[in-house]
Design a protein around this ligand. Structure first.
Ligand code: HEM
Length: 168
């Protein structure tokens, strides 16, 4: 069980790094660059291609985070019986876990809105009329959903630290 625990924590950390790092790279490196005049003609197609690739990898990553997260909990002795005991959620670890699971639920909800609602409509509107009001509206919605997904992911990371190290 100890080897499985270390493998699960290692994979959990690696996927958390990929998920948060990938979002930061897209927001801080990719989007500002493809918006430069030199790449303007290519940017809708480039953003769509990279967005679709990261969308697939993102959902695989979230699946791995949930699976390894459950293994981490089991390895730390968190049983179903314990989870059903209200006293568990009043403790320091339980409160941090509650905050983390709430943040993860936000990540999944916001990411789904971005990937399956605002993102595809922004791509279609940009392809139809890059300078139109429709494109600008959907692009704004998609980028705000992406920012909120990143914020919720950082909250999940923060609560994870409180789970492992106690509250500050
Ligand atoms: C967006 C999703 C998630 C992110 C970004 C994330 C991030 C992290 C990070 C950065 C750590 C290491 C914290 C540290 O060592 O200070 C961690 C640990 C942990 N995470 Fe997650 N996590 C996510 C989802 C989940 C889920 C869904 C679960 C449970 C079902 C979970 C359970 C755990 C547990 C139990 C640990 C402690 C591992 C240990 O024993 O050291 N995580 N997480």
């Amino acid at each position: 069980m100890r080897t499985l625990y270390f493998l699960a924590v290692g994979l959990h950390l690696l996927t958390a790094i990929f998920w948060i790092g990938g979002q930061l790279f897209l927001a801080l490196a990719v989007v500002p660059v493809v918006r430069q005049p030199a790449f303007r003609a290519l940017s809708p197609a480039l953003l769509q291609a990279m967005g679709l690739r990261f969308r697939t990898l993102g959902w695989i990553t979230l699946g791995i985070l949930i699976l390894t997260g459950l293994i981490n909990l089991a390895a730390r002795g968190v049983t179903l019986e314990l989870v059903l005991d209200p006293a568990f959620w009043r403790g320091a670890f339980g409160r941090a876990l509650a905050g983390k699971l709430l943040a993860v639920a936000l990540v999944i909800g916001l990411n789904a809105l971005h990937d399956f609602w605002a993102g595809p409509r922004a791509t279609r509107a940009l392809a139809a009329d890059p300078d139109g009001a429709e494109a600008a509206r959907w692009r704004l919605r998609a980028s705000w959903l992406a920012r909120l997904t990143l914020l919720a992911s950082l909250m999940a990371m923060g609560f994870a630290m409180f789970m492992v190290r106690g509250w500050p």
